[in-house]
Ligand binder design. Structure first.
Ligand code: TRP
Length: 455
């Protein structure tokens, strides 16, 4: 690529734009929809503790590694490895990432579609006058139906495609900047209401008091998958995003700040959900993927101004989902544009249509296709498991090995320090985590869970 071409490459502008875009990718359904139900199924406090350790020790190093690869190469996930390691097999990481992006987009849009439906239900006052059982039934009727969830999913994928089409700077930055602080405020309000409901204390105990007997190899792999999913790491979404970062971005600070923000939002979602659940007499492992859609309407009904709050909440959640899904779709679009010289418009259309096709099967997993299962999991769960608990950890493993062992340390250091302009306090720690702790830990967790290794 000539200099002229590369300087024409679209990019993010302000410091806040970068943080907002990266945080916009990380913060989404993973924090607010997925985190609570996985915590519920995994026994609460002990899972939370393991999850937090994984974010700190494994997640932040992987995220920073993606930033280094992306900004150094200024390429899509596949092209990045081709550029830094020409003539090697490393670009396979990029291929895995593109497969993972498809799979995630397919099932992510199912849940995002549910969110849109709940915007509609909120506006039309659909929760009013219903008790807990009726709200649950209402969700299940919707979840198992054939037409409506698919329509909402298609609307969501189209919205994602429209934003992708408007380009990186104008699109992503503009949409993610303003709205996330509002989501934070609403989550705080919901948490306050949730912990002041009668009988809510048990929910806090469940969330924060570790019961280590609940840990098993599959729960631990689940915590790793949740950490990776929530942080948007392991498939090159952040390689793609950081390829648009300017030279002066402080990569370490960005990785740290994004991860902390992500964890805070997830924990707040937990505080909004579990106390309310216990107060309603629901079991934490109930609900599955529908958990928040069954529980939160109950909370809205008990909040002053709940009508407005519920509308605002589901709209903001849908927007949080959008700022995440654009980062997933961008992985595939950037790949098609840069590697196959496709026009951005065509690349986006192809990606959206392909994702919608696979997504259809995910959305029908509880209804028309409920009998299609693998080892007791429906299509949705199989795809979620494959992406979150297999492809992302594997991708993360290869990414840290690439940065820790393949790249020259001086290259990594130059990129992290912006060619020497920044003082790096944690460089030694980062190097140690990336070379030893992260690869060994991810490998052990993974092999342990699939039964090859027993520790
Ligand atoms: N992290 C996002 C969320 O929590 C989802 C997401 C966006 C993602 N980009 C990703 C997950 C890349 C895995 C990989 O909702």
């Amino acid at each position: 690529m000539s200099l002229k071409e590369s300087s024409n490459r679209d990019g993010f502008t302000s410091k806040f734009g970068i943080l907002a875009a990266a945080a916009g990718s990380a913060i989404g359904l993973g924090n607010i929809w997925r985190f609570p139900y996985v915590v519920g199924e995994s026994g609460g406090g002990a899972f939370l503790l393991v999850y937090l350790s994984f974010v700190l020790l494994l997640g932040i190093p992987v995220m920073l590694s993606e930033f280094v690869i992306g900004r150094k190469s200024k390429r899509n996930t596949f092209g990045a490895f081709k550029k830094i390691a020409p003539g090697t097999l490393w670009p396979v990481i990029g291929v895995m990432g593109i497969v993972a992006a498809f799979v995630i987009l397919a099932f992510y849009s199912t849940i995002a579609g549910w969110t849109l439906h709940y915007v509609y239900l909120s506006i039309t006052n659909g929760f009013q006058g219903r008790d807990t059982a009726e709200l649950t039934l209402m969700f299940e009727m919707f979840q198992t139906s054939t037409v409506l969830p698919v329509i909402w999913q298609l609307i969501f994928i189209s919205l994602t495609a429209v934003i992708i089409l408007s380009g990186v700077k104008k699109g992503i930055e503009k949409y993610s900047k303003i709205l996330m602080p509002f989501l934070l405020l609403l989550l705080i309000a919901l948490s306050v209401r949730s912990v002041t409901l009668p009988g809510s204390l048990d929910g806090l105990v469940f969330l924060f008091k570790p019961d280590f007997s609940k840990l098993s190899s599959s729960v631990i792999l689940g915590a790793l998958g949740q950490a990776f999913f929530s942080l948007s790491i392991g498939m090159g979404a952040l390689i793609t995003y950081s390829s648009y970062f300017p030279a002066k971005t402080n990569l370490s600070n960005t990785a740290f700040e994004v991860s902390i923000a992500d964890v805070i939002i997830a924990i707040l979602a937990g505080i909004a959900i579990f106390p309310a659940m216990f107060s309603l007499g629901m079991q934490p492992e109930m609900g599955g993927a529908g958990l928040i859609f069954m529980v939160l309407p109950n909370v809205f009904l008990q909040i002053p101004g709940g009508y407005i709050v519920s509308i605002a909440f589901f709209i903001l959640l849908a927007i949080a989902a959008l700022t995440s899904s654009i980062s997933i779709m961008e992985v595939v679009v950037a790949f098609l544009v840069e590697e196959f010289n496709m026009v951005r418009r065509h690349a986006t259309a192809i990606t959206a249509i392909a994702a919608a096709t696979v997504g259809l099967f995910c959305t029908l997993s509880w209804g028309a296709l409920e009998n299609v299962t693998l080892g007791g999991r429906n299509i949705f769960d199989v795809l979620d498991f494959t992406a979150s608990n297999v492809l992302l950890p594997l991708g993360g493993l290869l990414i840290v090995i690439f940065v820790g062992w393949y790249m020259k340390f001086t290259e990594v250091k130059d990129e992290m320090s912006n060619q020497g302009a920044l003082m790096l306090k944690f460089l030694g720690l980062f190097r140690f985590l990336v070379r030893f702790i992260a690869p060994v830990a991810i490998a052990i967790i993974f092999l342990n869970a699939i039964g090859i290794l027993r520790v």
